[in-house]
Design a protein around this ligand. Sequence first.
Ligand code: NAD
Length: 366
Amino acid sequence: MSEIKTIEQVKDGSVYGQIMQMGHEQLVFCHDEPTGLKALIAIHNTVLGPALGGTRLWHYSDEAAAVTDVLRLSRGMTFKAAISGLNIGGGKAVIIGNPKMKTEAFLRRFGRFIHSLGGRYITAEDVNFTTSDIEYIAMETPFVTGKPEIKGGGGDPSPVTAYGTYLGMKAAAKFAYGKDSLQGKRILVQGAGQVGTHLVSHLNREGAVVFLTDIFEDKLLSAAKTTGAQVIQPSDVYEFPMDIYAPCALGATLNDQTIPHLTCDIVAGAANNQLEEEGRHGHLLKDRGILYAPDFLINAGGLINVYTEYLGNYKREIAMKQTEAIYDTTTSVLLEAQEKALPIQDVANEIARKRIDQIAGVKLSY
Ligand code: NAD
């Protein structure tokens, strides 16, 4: 898979320039006037299997931002599936809009666009998508996972994502502090959403000192009340004295503006694409002595959950068991990065790339 460039190598900002440089196979623009649907489906790499990845609905500032997001997210799914040992490829969809647009017709129309790809792309939940939205999509296509448990599906993947993130954080703590207990550690969870709040519950059980932030004050106050976490304003995050920073909101929060201010020892969270520029910001964290648990490795629990559903006969115990491997994989990535004196993200990327290359070789003959 050597043709897949790092994001920094994408110099040409045109859509085709980005697709070619990041190594995508396909980008589909979907439009439906009656429902107002504007969706993008990106298939990054299908060497390991059909592309599986959730759909994100977001009020993007412009179309270029949506294109960049779907390309970065789908590429991340390729690496996430590969490093987690799953036999699926990387894909993702984004819808430009707001949650109020999600009528039955809107979602079913989107389902028909997914169906038109004949199974090359399988969707699931991401930001602003719920299991009931998935049910509408499932009325139009079988190429969908994350259905409600009551309908034989895997249900909301976010508790599994939070569990894997928690285990990845513990593996990072063991590496940084010599033991994996999070007791007494000051941990800031950014994003009081589905994953963030489940993560706070795990951290509470360990006796960590948990701080929580969100851009929506009502959501933040209600989550803080339920979990007992202490409230932090979103603008105070990057200079806040903390041991562990857990980004669980949107991506690119590790950048030139934030990294120089961080006081933490570890970054370990569930948000996708936390590094604004993979190579450069991975290096910057390393230079600052901050241990970074790669997002696509430790947030793979949700993908493992929907993959388990995709295989059939879903049982949450199977998904949870497979998610537990995140602890050992994180440990081995951290060890390899230390031995090679390389940024952790680069090492994780290389492990994923290697598996894809090797399996591509396996498939050469029948
Ligand atoms: P969510 O929409 O339920 O929660 C995200 C929260 O972040 C929202 O409450 C939002 O208001 C808040 N937020 C947005 N920008 C913020 C900012 N700048 N500062 C503080 N808060 C902010 O989404 P989720 O399902 O919990 O997912 C969280 C992240 O984890 C996303 O990046 C998602 O892609 C990633 N992820 C989720 C899963 C999953 O199973 N849900 C799996 C893998 C990765």
